[in-house]
Design a protein around this ligand. Structure first.
Ligand SMILES: Cc1ncc(COP(=O)(O)O)c(C=O)c1O
Length: 323
């Protein structure tokens, strides 16, 4: 890169660095030479995950429509990335913020929230993320003066992906035939998926889910009793071509292979998406499968997911909430 180009790259704010993440060919992991695998590196966002996009979008939308006034408290249930990104942006912009998270999340995530100045309310680990959502809803009713952003129902979440993630994927990889991503709030799949469907109708949209009752970081099974309003509002059942179920063990295995063979150090939901992409690759003759690296591996180091014996790591994954 020339010095001149670099001079043009001074940004006004770290918020301007959100999005426009790089894509990289990881076909070395593909089971067939005729199927290309491409990763979109959302871990390269400034606060570390794909959720930087929606945190910025939800806060800016609430500022615009007057629901968020200067100094007003923000409230959100999040066991990880959304909370971290919201807390970072709230701190820069001067909003106090309360994040509800289950006790069972990794210590690094709690530390990140502390660094970014959030007030943390711990909810019972056995209730999982659904419990944190429920308790946040109760808290929002008690505190109507707070701004409850609610990523599961906030239209700015899928819209951020419709306006940025989807267009970036098609711009950088126009030969895409399959889009694979994990399903949490469903924002990534609904937003980027709809954009791809509208602009390249043949692209297949594939959601990765854990089996019912098993945990894979950041992901939910739609049959577990809660369908995010974002999924319903964006006609998720029509948009998705299919779902692929990925078990915690496969997620850990593919997360480890990813770092070993490509150098990409990712969180476990990225390994789940990669495992799903490999299943798709095994079923097709040729194509280009794009999958999302949601976040980096740093926040999960203490869980032993990368270093423990696979059986031990698998057993731990059942207890730890990774997102
Ligand atoms: C690590 C991780 N992976 C995947 C997801 C799923 O993304 P989405 O909420 O857009 O469906 C999330 C968030 O829910 C996440 O934090």
């Amino acid at each position: 890169m020339s010095i001149e180009t670099r001079l043009n790259m001074v940004n006004d704010s770290v918020l301007d660095l959100i999005g426009n993440t790089p894509m990289v060919d990881v076909s070395v992991l593909s089971p067939k030479p005729s199927v290309r695998l491409v990763a979109k590196l959302e871990n390269q966002n400034p606060f570390g995950s794909v959720k930087d996009r929606i945190a910025k979008a939800m806060i800016e939308a609430a500022e615009k429509d007057g629901r968020l006034q200067p100094g007003q408290r923000i409230l959100e249930p999040s066991s990880g990335n959304t909370g971290i990104a919201l807390a970072a942006i709230a701190q820069i912009k001067g909003y106090p913020i309360t994040i509800l998270m289950p006790t069972s999340v990794s210590v690094e995530r709690r530390q990140m929230l502390q660094i970014f100045g959030a007030d943390i309310v711990l909810t019972p680990g056995e209730e999982g993320s659904n419990g944190a959502v429920r308790r946040a809803q109760e808290m929002a009713e008690k505190h109507p003066e707070w701004c409850f952003l609610y990523q599961y129902g906030n239209d700015a979440n899928p819209r951020a992906h419709y306006e940025t993630t989807g267009p970036e994927v098609l711009r950088d990889c126009p030969e895409i035939t399959h889009f694979v991503a994990g399903l949490g709030t469903s924002g990534t799949l609904m937003g980027a998926g709809r954009y791809l469907r509208e602009h390249k109708p043949d692209v297949k949209i594939i959601a990765i889910e854990p089996p019912l009752g098993e945990r894979v970081e950041g992901l939910r099974n739609l049959e577990d009793g809660y369908i995010p309003p974002v999924f319903e509002n964006w006609n998720g059942f029509e948009l998705l071509d299919r779902k692929r179920v990925v078990r915690p063990r496969e997620s850990i295995e593919w997360t480890r292979r990813l770092v070993a063979q490509t150098g990409i150090f990712a969180g476990l939901s990225s390994g789940a998406s990669l495992a799903g992409a490999i299943k798709v690759a095994n079923e097709i003759d040729e194509g280009t499968i794009v999958f999302i690296i949601c976040d980096g591996g740093w926040k999960y180091l203490s869980t032993g997911a990368y270093t423990d014996d696979l059986d031990v790591a698998e057993a731990a994954a059942e207890k730890i909430i990774y997102f």
